[in-house]
Design a protein. Sequence first.
Length: 70
Amino acid sequence: ELIRLFYNSYHPIKTKQDNEIKKQFKEAEKYRSINQNNKSTIHPQAIYTSRLLDPFTKDLPEYIDDKSQF
């Protein structure tokens, strides 16, 4: 009897949560399918930005965090 009462009280909550998850999943799939061909444009040199600093920084002395020198 207790198990049945628990199941009956829990089942509608679980079903509501499952429906919400299904709804969100369908919305995400719809958004993905609409925007599948919408690729963002990246500047061709943008991926090399961090590499440009290397020639200028390789000859710099190593930073030493020694506070006793102050």
